[in-house]
Design a protein around this ligand. Structure first.
Ligand SMILES: [Zn+2]
Length: 161
């Protein structure tokens, strides 16, 4: 749980994602529902394996292949966004959180935990793209960007004490 999400927000969030699934012509299946709720409760970035471990705890009948397929679909529907960090590993988070603002996260250099959705980190910086940055980048660099990320490294709470 993050400090931003109250239970009410969670209910609204659930409805929002369910609508996105059905309006794309898909059904809200149990695995899709479970994966979304695991992601909405996460206060750090999760790998597909992390998500599978969480899912398995409460729903042993959902297999690893189903979780992977579910993540593929949810990524395609832009419900989940996939973030590929320096190591080449893929991490997942709900796309509303990913797209609405610059994505800020921190990797603990000791335990490798990735912390995100952290208001304290977000409030420590203010970075904005220059006006028309997307167009300028496309024109001058031939790169089509859709978002950018800020990465902090250091020690997490557990490792620094
Ligand atoms: Zn740590």
């Amino acid at each position: 749980m993050t400090e931003i999400d109250s239970n009410l927000d969670k209910e609204n969030q659930k409805k929002y994602y369910e609508e996105k699934i059905t309006s794309s012509g898909f059904k809200v299946t149990k695995p899709r529902d479970i994966v979304i709720s695991v992601l909405s409760g996460a206060n750090k970035l999760l790998t597909a394996d992390d998500i599978y471990m969480e899912v398995k705890n409460d729903n042993p009948s959902v297999g690893v292949a189903t979780v992977y397929r579910t993540l593929e679909l949810l990524t395609r529907l832009k419900i989940v966004c996939r973030i590929i960090l320096g190591s080449g590993r893929s991490y997942y988070m709900l796309s509303r959180e990913c797209a609405k603002e610059t994505f800020t996260y921190m990797i603990c250099t000791n335990c490798k935990k990735i912390i995100t959705n952290n208001q304290c980190l977000k409030s420590a910086i203010q970075v904005r793209l220059r006006e028309n940055a997307e167009e300028t980048i496309l024109k001058n660099c031939k790169l089509k960007i859709d978002n950018y990320q800020i990465l902090f490294t250091g020690l997490c709470d557990d490792c620094s004490s």
